[in-house]
Design a protein around this ligand. Structure first.
Ligand code: IPM
Ligand code: MG
Length: 355
């Protein structure tokens, strides 16, 4: 197993360190040969080599079987909208160059965390859906993008081709077929031309999957229903920016943004990363929740290597840590909060002791 490790910015290095320890432990236990190498990305890479996604990092990703990614972003750039080179460009370049067109974000509740959600427990107990976010098109990448010459106007373009829509919608149907056979396609077809193309293409593909119950929702309505009735969803597919926004919203169901992992898959090497950002305010304090990243490592075992037993052991260890109350401050009950590294150590110990 050749893995590229990209810690990135803010809390990235701390949470990645824990996920890497977990990965090493699982590999030792199941006797997998693990080879890993670190590379620069994000603000850290700008500071060191002037490029948020250096060619060297890209080559390492291309030569690896999987990428474990921390987070990107720093206050220095957030507070300076005029900066020409931005950390996020590194993340976008990586997604584009690796062809990671599908970002899979599973949303589920953990029994021991129900109390942490601002939503009533009867609404969220048993929530289990998957958001599939298109990741290499739409307004994130559309051109033209920029400013008018006199600086008085700015513009972004949302662009989608039939081909881009077709491959992500087909993938979503395949996931729906393996699950409860229900697909929600989220768009804004009452307003946007790209959304109308999404709907047209989807309606055509729908016919190839008669066993799947398909529904179309406008994104504003979907935003409401995720909170009002999250159990109704099985697989949801949507364009890049809608998916970005809806999955942060969906993380509230699980109780903390620090819980949601993701897998980005596509043409080249897949990337596994937490959906939360770099949380610079917490950097270096050993307080960030490492669970989303550790759960991303579980997704890596499952998706990149087809190792389900290994993935499940990680998930079991994470669930056990929460039941034992060995958790960081964002999800701690009134009781004691543990450090990032303490949570990681506990999980490693659990994996060593159990099978
Ligand atoms: C995410 C993040 C990124 C995105 C940022 C850091 C560019 O919010 O992965 O959801 O918007 O895609
Ligand atoms: Mg986001």
């Amino acid at each position: 197993m050749k893995i590229a490790i990209l810690p990135g910015d803010g809390i990235g290095p701390e949470i990645i360190a824990q996920a890497l320890e977990v990965t090493k432990t699982v590999c030792r236990k199941f006797k997998h040969d693990l080879e890993y190498k670190e590379a620069l990305v994000g603000a850290t890479a700008i500071d060191q080599v002037g490029n948020p996604y250096p060619e060297e990092t890209h080559q390492l990703c291309m030569q690896s079987d999987a990428v474990l990614f921390g987070a990107i972003g720093s206050l220095k750039y957030d507070n300076d909208p005029t900066a020409k080179i931005r950390p996020e460009q590194g993340l976008l370049a990586m997604r584009k160059k690796l062809g990671l067109y599908a970002n899979i974000r599973p949303v589920m509740t953990f029994p021991s965390l129900i109390h942490k959600s601002p939503l009533r427990s009867e609404l969220i107990e048993g929530v289990d859906f998957m958001c599939i976010r298109e990741l290499t098109g739409g307004i994130y990448f559309g051109r033209p993008q920029g400013r008018s010459e006199d600086g008085s106007t700015a513009y972004d373009s949302s662009v989608y081709t039939i081909e881009e829509i077709e491959r992500i919608v087909r993938l979503a149907y395949q996931y729906a077929m393996q699950r409860r056979k229900k697909l929600t396609i989220v768009d804004k077809a009452n307003v946007l031309a790209t959304s109308r193309l999404w709907r047209e293409v989807s309606q055509r593909i729908e016919k190839d999957f008669p066993e799947v119950e398909t529904e179309y929702l406008f994104v504003d309505n979907a935003a409401m229903q995720i909170i009002q009735w999250p159990k109704r969803f099985d697989v949801m597919v949507t364009e890049n920016m809608f998916g970005d926004i809806l999955t942060d919203e969906a993380s509230v169901i699980t109780g903390s943004l620090g819980m949601l992992p993701s897998a980005s898959i596509g043409i080249h090497t897949s990337v596994f990363e937490p959906i939360h950002g770099s949380y610079p305010q917490a950097a270096g304090k050993d307080i960030a929740n490492p669970l989303a990243t550790i759960l991303s490592a579980a997704l890596m075992f499952e998706y990149a290597f087809g190792l389900n037993e290994e993935a499940n052991l990680i998930r079991q260890a994470v669930a056990a840590s929460m039941e034992a109350g060995i958790v960081t401050e964002d999800i701690a009950l009134s009781g004691k909060a543990y450090k990032t590294s303490e949570v990681g150590k506990w999980i490693v110990q659990y994996i060593n002791d159990n099978k």
